[in-house]
Every structure is written in structure tokens, then in C-alpha cells.
Design a protein around this ligand. Structure first.
Ligand code: ZN
Length: 334
């Protein structure tokens, strides 16, 4: 059925089969008022050296998440073909229009790339990017590493993650790559909204898939940028693409056993976060208070932990709206 679709309108300016380094673009035709035959030019690098596995490395699937682009623009410039066996395909800013705008979703079509998979060749700009990854890039890959962070509205303890999968052998290969990444935390991740995700598409195609949440707040910190740069090279070493030993660092395994991990605001207001990221919590502890801001004299709403664990994510801006994710808990496995 997938073969009945028309070909992608995206044209790569690199040859995926050629040895050496190529810096080019995925050129996506985008006809518009200020450029009748214009294009979106998504930067891409391929580094190839003979037969071997292929790694597909991506950042800025969401445009306001920065550790991935930092690590991948750096890797694209510094990784030499003679250092590797196989192929590395680097797209530092997958949703390039969103990345240029500094927003989670695309300013062109408001598309959230990580809710647009498997995409459409005849859809919006964001759907066309998703379709190109689904039908042209993912089939080339053995291992896929997709960097995320919290963006402007969330902040995370730095972790690499994989998902529970029906194929336990594939799941084990994913978690081995997560462990090789050597982030401070390694998470068995529960998604609240897995439909349309790049993750789900890559996993369904049988790939080894690693994702991350490395920080947030709409910026990157020195520590999280270092974790990203080390992690991507570690994953390439783990895959046998890059030589040399894995630069191990201590990691704590975290589980997300149920929907009780997530707390959502039920009213607008001013948030007082009562626990900092990484701190332990007990069931019943107050994680956050949300103060009504329309007048004085009203009690804040208190949001309590529904299980024992640690705080792995929190709302970042100081004001919240009903429905916002306030806090995410995980349970320590080790
Ligand atoms: Zn993201």
C-alpha cells in the first residue's frame, strides 16, 4: 500500500551511496508569495566509508530544542570518513522551518513534526518532511538517534530513552544503545500520545531507536550540550560505526510505570514548583501549587505525587494554563 503513494517531492543534493563527506540539503519545493518556485533547504550531511551499518541522526524534530542541533552541527563538521566504517546520515534540524523560527511547530503550517508521521508526499510542508523520513531515510538506517529536549515549556533531567516494544529482541537492542549513550538517566519511556510519532514509525520498521530529553526551557546548558556530544559518539561506537571505546558515565535507570507519572493543571495560574528536577518524592508530596492570579485571598490548588519516584520533568514558564503538563515522575529501577 505504501508503494502506491507518489514519490516524495523532496530532492536530496547528496548521494547516499558515495564514500566521503558531503554537506548538502534536502530541497523541499515550497511555492509561496515571496518565492514562486522556492524551496525549504534542510541541511544534511552524509559521511560514508565502505560497507557497514547506517546511523540516522536527527535534531530539532521540534524547533525549540537545542542539544541535538548543537551536537549534530558539531559532529557533521568534525567526523572524518576514515574514522568510521559504514555510513552516518546527519540532519541537525529535521523540522527546519520550526528550527529557524525557534518554535516547536512549523510557522508554515503549524505542523508538529513528531505528530505528523508517517506523513504524506502530497500533504503540508511538515507532512512532506515526515513522509521523506518514513519512505526514503528510515529504510537506509540500522540505528536511529533522535534528539529531543523540553523546548520552551518543559524542562527535563537529562536522559536517553527507548520504549517498551512487542518485539523483546528489538527492545533489548534499543536499551543497549540507550545505555551506551551514557546520559545521567536512562528511561523506559511511556508516551502519552504515541500516534504520529517518528519513534513509532522507526520502531514499526524494526529499527534500533533511541530518543532523548536532555533539558529544556528553550535553550541548552553547557552540561546538557556536553552530554549530547558524548552520547552521539558513544552510540556510533556501540553500533560499530565509530572506532574506540565507549566513554562510559554513570546512568540511573528510570521506569514510567503508568499514567500516574503525569500531572496536568486543572486551572490557569501562577506555578510554584515545590520539588526540583531529580529530587526524590513520596506519594502524597505536594509537587506544585498553582495560585489563581485574578485576585488576592484565594488558596492555591495543590498537585500531589501519585506515586514514589523522582521528578523527571516540570513545567518551565512561570504561568500555566489548564491542561498544561505540570510535572512528570519516574521510578528508580536500580
Ligand atoms: Zn521534542
Amino acid at each position: 500500500m505504501i508503494n502506491a503513494l507518489p514519490p516524495s517531492p523532496i530532492h536530496p543534493t547528496v548521494d547516499f551511496e558515495r564514500d566521503g563527506v558531503q554537506h548538502g540539503f534536502l530541497r523541499l519545493p515550497y511555492s509561496r508569495d515571496d518565492s514562486a518556485w522556492g524551496s525549504v533547504m534542510i541541511p544534511i550531511t552524509t559521511i560514508c566509508n565502505g560497507e557497514g551499518p547506517t546511523a540516522l541522526l536527527t535534531g530539532a524534530n521540534h524547533g525549540d530544542e537545542y542539544e541535538g542541533p548543537i551536537a549534530l552541527f558539531d559532529l557533521a563538521r568534525s567526523l572524518k570518513p576514515e574514522e568510521i566504517t559504514g555510513r552516518v546520515i546527519i540532519v541537525p534540524a529535521m523540522n527546519y522551518p520550526a528550527f529557524c523560527a525557534g518554535t516547536r511547530t512549523s510557522p508554515i503550517d503549524r505542523g508538529n513534526l513528531n505528530r505528523s508521521f508517517p506523513g504524506r508526499p502530497d500533504g503540508t510542508v511538515t507532512q512532506k518532511i515526515a513522509d521523506y523520513f518514513t519512505r526514503n531515510l528510515l529504510p537506509l538506517a540500522d540505528l536511529v538517534l533522535d534528539f529531543h529536549s523540553g523546548g520552551k515549556t518543559l524542562d527535563f533531567v537529562p536522559f536517553a530513552a527507548a520504549h517498551i516494544l512487542p518485539d523483546k529482541e528489538q527492545e533489548a537492542r534499543c536499551f543497549a544503545a540507550v545505555e551506551a549513550f551514557s546520559a545521567p538517566y536512562s528511561v523506559r519511556m511511556l508516551e502519552i500520545d504515541a500516534v504520529g510519532m517518528y519513534d513509532t514509525t522507526a520502531e514499526t520498521l524494526g529499527k534500533v531507536f533511541v530518543t532523548t530529553e536532555l533539558g529544556g526551557g528553550g535553550t541548552a546548558r553547557a552540561e546538557t550540550a556536553r552530554i549530547a556530544k558524548r552520547g552521539v559518539r558513544n552510540v556510533l561506537r556501540h553500533a560499530g560505526i565509530l572506532g574506540g571505546p565507549i566513554e562510559k558515565a554513570p546512568t540511573r535507570f528510570i521506569d514510567m510505570p503508568s499514567d500516574d507519572c503525569f500531572l496536568f493543571a486543572e486551572a490557569d495560574g501562577l506555578i510554584e514548583t515545590c520539588i526540583d528536577l531529580g529530587e526524590p518524592v513520596r506519594k502524597g508530596d505536594v509537587l506544585a501549587r498553582v495560585y489563581p492570579i485574578g485576585r488576592t485571598g484565594l488558596a492555591p490548588a495543590e498537585y500531589q505525587a501519585k506515586l514514589d519516584g523522582i521528578l523527571v520533568a516540570r513545567h518551565f514558564p512561570g504561568l500555566v494554563k489548564a491542561g498544561d503538563c505540570l510535572a512528570v515522575l519516574g521510578t528508580i529501577e536500580d
